[in-house]
Design a protein around this ligand. Sequence first.
Ligand SMILES: [Zn+2]
Length: 152
Amino acid sequence: MMSAIRSRDTKPEVLVRKFLWRAGWRFRVCDKRIEGHPDIVVPRAHALVEVRGCFWHRHGWTWDGRKLVQEAVCDDATWPKSNRAFWNDKFRKNVKRDERHEALWLEAGWHVAVLWTCGLTPAKRDKTLAWLAKKLEKWSLRGAAKPRRRRG
Ligand SMILES: [Zn+2]
């Protein structure tokens, strides 16, 4: 089940890794020593970079403690018409897992950048990657994040 939603070497993730490499950032991939195995670890920026598929990871949706709530609209985070209960359960688990990992990472002092696949299309990728580069630059100058409490 995990492999279906966290498959390695998906195209958008490769795109991000190539960009980082060319920009001079060195990184580790899927670090097993960190709980939740973040996609990309950039030690110099004390940062974890997650590349998430909008459909599986529910771009725009968060878990409010009881149900999924929509905070932003992503055209790729569609709801299949059939098997509503099945998808609801699956999506809920994915969102809760992502949020749990993110909270753990922030509490451990990592900076976290989440990139969504809709922002990595040919039309949008330059802007998205420039945003990531800026974040990493800022974080590398600032040092480790101050451990944070879980948001929300
Ligand atoms: Zn999206």
